[in-house]
Ligand binder design. Structure first.
Ligand code: DGJ
Length: 727
């Protein structure tokens, strides 16, 4: 008796809360649709997320109660659930009012939708009827790219600051039989290692607490296979990331009904934020795509979106370069660098990039123990300063770029002595160092001025600097800001905002400056930073074998144009050709002593750079097809195809084939099945001819897809680059 009464209550509650069509909001791209609906309690819920529904589908049907929805548990699927309401799972928002009340009930007020340039912006306004709290939910739907970005803006009119304990960017709900999470984790020189696990009841969190070098251990990307494990070409998959160059958190929670909740935002741990009256707390963007054809399609969505809407100067060319870090480390002078400018020119790259070690006088930067913070050229190494270097490089026919790490300071520096209050440091505690350095307090506007001044000073003195590599080798240590005083909970967030304030100034004043984002390898690699940076350094690990795995993983989200990949001396067992062929698929550079190359290797590199320049439009295309996974086989193969399907490149790498392993055909993808393509192996060592039987033959796209070609081989560390041109 009791149970049936409960069922009736449950059903009538759900029916009573059904929405009418006027209260449904559709946020959609060409292929993805998110529907929100306001129920009769005035609150807003996710009604649908999935493949785009046919035009004319009555959206109010989405709130029809289902037969099994009998238990009067949480009203469920609230778009921005708040701690303290009847939802018992991880909330998006938690705040405490001035009177100590820890709850808010957010009701729908209004919404707007505007479309421009292939983007539809939806803003949903919510407010608490009893307290002066407003939350605006923003959604940008990128029509062609099938990408949606969402964030929240929180503001209030209470007399004193309110405390924000949680402030996610967004929450999504899924109802599928099974869920499989792919995460990207690692460490220095082991970036973006992919692993997959099934999500069962309970909560799985991926987060980082490193502050600045945020992604050193956990990378800000995830994939969820919806109903089946994540795979390359089949199945439903959610792919997501967060645009935040600091602590982030993704929460995946499977509830009692096997419903999955995905929550993305800043990691609120140790970051209870005091928000002043009248100020708006804007969360970072949660950026996601849904694909019904596996991660391959999802990656192409992300890459196209990044190139059309996000990466700085995405439409501009990228420069090949010679870097001196692995060649000289800190040991160089003007003479040595002048020789390297000549080597760069002879090699055929566009730019010479001077790395760490060029600054500091009283505390010279001759190793990583001293000098950070003192951004004056070292007079002993570089008597003519940076101007003489820029002039020298330009006279020899290459552009000049320079390394900086402006957020950091060595205790052994003039800056640390003069401005101790600019440094993050815990009161009454011995500071602990990471790579012998400390972190400047970017929450402090004076420090922001100083950091901006490092770039501004270099550019004012040397307007011909074309490129900067902005490094960040330490997480936030000694987490206390002298500037924030009693508001230490704001530190992690305000640090990142301080960084963006500086980057905005740099971009406004030097819009043509190419900038590489670097963080002791790939410790910073998010889409908010890439609004300012033209590319990023994926890893200090440049062993081509390791790079195949790292670049494979990054390619799930990032376009080739953004992935800096340099030929170095790591893994001498691999030929120079193999090393270069791995870098050829990304943004190519060099970082080794060219004098050690054999004549043939040098000739190979020179010719390959010319080919690279010719083929950049294909290499930088978003149409990536990952054909053979290094995670599943002893090989790797991937393809890039231009938008018109007239030109393609195939990269084939043999890592460690087994003795006598049967080599099977690789099926190509992404071509026009009706077109005929001439297939040629390019980038051959001097004096070598292609041994591929199909070299210089023609095939239809259909044949190449269905029958394929033997592009892989049985030798260790062997590689081929194959060009396909429509006849
Ligand atoms: C870490 C970077 O990842 C390296 O490429 C190099 O720039 C060093 N820092 C310099 O200290």
């Amino acid at each position: 008796m009791k149970i049936s009464k409960l069922l009736v209550v449950g059903i009538s509650m759900l029916v009573g809360m059904a929405a009418n069509a006027k209260n449904m909001i559709s946020i959609h791209t060409d292929n993805v649709q998110l529907v929100l609906g306001v129920k009769s309690n005035g609150r807003i819920y996710q009604a649908y997320l999935g493949e785009r529904l046919s035009e004319g589908t009555p959206l109010s049907l989405l709130f029809m109660p289902q037969a099994n929805q009998t238990w009067p548990m949480p009203a469920g699927n609230e778009v921005y659930p708040v701690m303290g309401t009847e939802d018992y799972f991880e909330p998006a928002l938690q705040l405490t009012h001035n009177n100590g009340n820890p709850t808010s009930v957010l009701k729908y007020v209004s919404h707007t939708q505007t479309a421009r340039n292939g983007i539809t912006e939806t803003i949903v306004k919510l407010r608490d009827e009893k307290y002066p709290i407003s939350v605006n939910l923003h959604y940008l739907a990128y029509t062609k790219e099938d990408v949606i970005c969402q964030w929240a803006e929180i503001s209030h009119g209470e007399a004193k600051p309110i405390s924000l304990g949680r402030y996610a960017s967004g929450m999504l709900y899924f109802e599928e039989p099974t869920y499989y999470l792919t995460e990207f984790s690692g460490d220095w020189a082991r970036e973006m290692q992919m692993s997959q696990t099934q999500l069962n009841f309970g909560r799985k969190t991926i987060d980082t607490r490193l502050g600045t070098r945020a992604a050193m251990l956990a990378f800000p990307f995830f994939e969820v296979g919806l109903g089946s494990p994540v795979s390359e070409n089949h199945g439903k998959v959610l792919m997501g990331t967060i645009g935040w160059t600091g602590n982030f958190r993704f929460t995946f929670e499977v509830d009692h009904d096997n419903q999955l909740r995905v929550l993305a935002g800043i990691n609120p741990d140790a970051s209870t934020y005091m928000l002043e009256r009248g100020k708006t707390f804007k969360t970072p963007e949660f950026i996601f795509t849904l694909s019904t054809q596996g991660t391959g399609q999802g990656s192409r969505n992300f890459q196209r979106w990044a190139l059309n809407h996000r990466l700085y100067m995405a439409q501009e060319d990228r420069m090949t370069l010679l870097n001196n870090w692995e060649n000289t480390y800190f040991d160089f002078d003007e003479q040595k660098l002048n020789n390297l400018f000549g080597q760069a020119k002879n090699l055929g790259v566009d730019l010479f990039l001077l790395d760490d070690g060029w600054f500091g006088n009283r505390y010279p930067r001759n190793n990583d123990k001293a000098g950070l913070g003192d951004w004056q050229a070292n007079r002993a190494k570089l008597p003519g300063g940076i101007p003489a270097l820029v002039k020298g490089a330009n006279e020899q026919g290459v552009d000049f770029g320079i390394w900086i790490e402006p957020e950091m300071v060595n205790p052994e520096s003039e800056l640390a002595r003069k401005k101790p209050h600019w440094i993050l440091r815990l009161p009454d505690r011995e500071p602990y160092l990471f790579r012998h350095q400390l972190v400047l307090d970017l929450t402090n506007p004076e420090v922001q001025d100083f950091v901006f001044g490092v770039i501004d000073g270099l550019m004012k003195e040397n307007p011909n600097i074309k490129f900067m590599k902005w490094d960040c080798n330490s997480p936030i240590t000694n987490i206390f800001s002298p500037h924030l005083k009693a508001r230490q909970g704001n530190l992690y967030v305000d640090y990142v905002r301080g960084l963006y304030a500086v980057l905005n100034r740099v971009q406004a004043k030097y819009p043509k400056l190419y900038m590489m984002l670097c963080s002791g390898g790939g410790g910073r690699c998010d889409f908010e930073a890439l609004k300012y940076f033209t590319e990023f350094w994926c890893s200090d690990n440049t062993d081509p074998v390791e790079r195949i795995y790292i670049q494979w993983a990054f390619s799930h989200f990032m376009p080739a144009k953004a992935l800096c990949s340099h030929v170095t001396d790591w893994n001498k067992k691999a030929s120079v050709k193999f090393r270069l062929d791995v870098d050829f698929s990304c943004k190519l550079g060099f970082d080794l002593d060219l004098k050690h190359l054999s004549a043939d290797d040098l000739t190979y590199c020179q010719a390959a750079i010319k080919e690279y320049n010719r083929l950049k439009p294909v290499i930088f295309s978003p149409n990536l097809y990952r054909l053979v996974s290094p995670y599943e086989t002893n090989h790797c193969a991937l393809m890039r195809v231009n938008d018109h399907q007239t030109h393609a490149l195939l990269f084939a790498y043999d890592l460690h084939p087994r003795y006598g392993e049967t080599i099977i055909n690789t099926h190509l993808q992404g071509l026009d099945p009706t077109a005929t393509y001439r297939v040629r192996e390019i980038c051959l060592m001097p004096g070598h001819e292609s041994r591929l039987p199909f070299h210089n033959q023609t095939f239809t796209g259909d044949y190449l897809h269905k029958v394929g070609l033997k592009v892989l081989g049985g030798n260790q560390l062997d590689s081929r680059i194959i060009e396909l041109v429509k006849e």
